[in-house]
Design a protein around this ligand. Structure first.
Ligand code: PGA
Ligand code: ZN
Length: 432
């Protein structure tokens, strides 16, 4: 308990990495300390995510303004948090949840609530003189996370050039975060050279900074990424593995997965066959949203089939939601959860999901959104979670680099353990 209390919180409308409005909150304590937090925003959002409040005023930012959410921070949230103990994060978050009073935070907006939740934690870390990751970690063992890094993009993030949303490289055998990022920059560069050599048409930069090429099939992207790993002088499967974010809800309709770029549509069993084949033919060790977000009946088959060889992640499927995770654990629907703070809206609920995953023997990947800010809070969260995996996007845009650079500096200024000390939390490494 601190004798210093929250004095005020004030929010501002700022812009995210897609040029869309989001919030920055400034929180002041009674001793004069201040802390800020910025909130991210997704594009390929899941149906059961907490509600992001937007103004719907066509005259401003095509209806995407967040001035109502800003107003809620400056009025009702400010009044509710005044005088509270910033070290009592669960109480702060309960207060925010009760003040909102809806199941999906639609009254105040999850964006308004998350800004307040994160700004409080940052102020508390400052107050206790600890780095944010240390303050957040509580009883957990902090670990420097293994990044999974976007190299090629499709889907909603790259003008639908391909259906699959992300083709990511996992530098799992790198001895340090710095070396991991050196490997990744080489792979990113090699991917560009190979795409040019293949005569690929670039659709422009993708939302997370990866290449957004027009390729004939999704498998062509997988093959290209595997070749890029080799071209960079690294061994696919041994040193660097591959993760896919299929984001399949965005091409699932009427019971079928529609691969328009390939001119074919598959039912769930055939789609699972396809993913299985790709896991055998390429060093794929992690599959996110391989099935539709509502396909509760087919997720267990995917996990039974591939779960021992691959991390099966629910993103749109689980939406960092404790109730959905409870059901998915009971039904063995997946074996990993993607954790995005703004899908649920408070830090306390985010940690509840992380801890629930850990207790069930599941993995968790702490993830950014496609619309991000220059806030590096996420890196501290990933370290503090002890879950050893981080997903932030590519390496060519500063909203992503804010997170990677934070980890690069923390690696050199702290004695944080490396992800390899937490093997059970990592994707399975293919057998040699
Ligand atoms: P989003 O994309 O932030 O647009 O949801 C990220 C992801 O799907 O993992
Ligand atoms: Zn996803």
């Amino acid at each position: 308990m601190s004798k210093h209390t929250i004095q005020s919180i004030r929010a501002f409308e700022i812009l995210d990495s897609r040029g869309r409005p989001t919030l920055e909150a400034h929180l002041a304590l009674s001793n004069g300390l201040t802390a800020t937090a910025q909130v991210p925003s997704g594009a390929s959002t899941g149906l059961s995510e907490a509600h992001e409040l937007r103004d719907q005023d066509p005259a401003s930012h095509r209806g995407l303004g967040v001035l109502r959410a800003v107003h809620h921070v400056n009025t009702r949230i400010n009044a509710a948090l005044q005088g509270l103990d910033p070290l009592a994060q669960p109480h702060i978050d309960e207060t925010l949840i009760a003040l909102d009073g809806t199941p999906n935070k639609s009254r105040l907006g999850a964006n308004a609530i998350l800004a307040a939740s994160c700004a409080t934690a940052r102020a508390a870390a400052l107050l206790t003189g600890q780095p944010l990751w240390q303050y957040l970690s509580g009883p957990r063992r902090p670990v420097l996370p293994l990044p999974m890094v976007n190299i090629l993009s499709g889907g909603l993030h790259a003008a639908h050039a391909m259906e699959f949303q992300d083709f990511l490289a996992i530098p799992h055998a790198a001895p340090s975060f710095a070396e991991a990022m050196r490997w990744i920059t080489s792979i990113h560069h090699s991917a560009r050279l190979l795409l040019e050599a293949d005569g690929a048409y670039f659709t422009g930069g993708a939302d997370e900074g990866g290449w957004g090429p027009k390729l004939p099939t999704n498998e062509a992207a997988l093959s290209l990424l595997t070749r890029a790993i080799e071209h960079a002088g690294l061994k696919p499967g041994l040193e660097v593995t591959i993760a896919l974010d299929v984001a399949s809800s965005h091409f699932f309709r009427d019971g079928l997965y529609h691969l328009h770029s390939e001119g074919r549509s598959l039912a769930a069993p055939e789609f699972i066959d396809l993913l299985d084949r790709w896991c055998r033919n390429y060093p794929v060790v992690s599959i996110e949203d391989g099935l539709d977000q509502s396909a509760w009946d087919s997720w267990p088959s995917l996990t039974a089939r591939l779960g021992s060889r691959s991390q099966i992640i629910g993103d749109d499927f689980l939406t960092t939601n404790p109730q959905r995770l409870t059901r998915a654990i009971a039904e063995q629907s997946a074996n990993a959860v993607l954790v995005k703070m703004n899908q649920i809206g408070t830090l306390t609920e985010t940690f509840a999901v992380i801890d629930q995953a850990r207790s069930a023997g599941w993995r968790a990947v702490i993830s950014a959104r496609s619309g991000e800010t220059e806030d590096s809070f996420l890196t501290d969260l990933a370290i503090a979670s002890g879950m050893a995996q981080l997903k932030v996007g590519s390496i060519t845009r500063s909203e992503r680099l804010a997170k990677y650079n934070r980890a690069l500096v923390l690696e050199q200024t702290t004695a944080l353990p490396h992800w390899s000390t937490s093997p059970a939390q990592l994707p399975p490494i293919p057998e040699r």
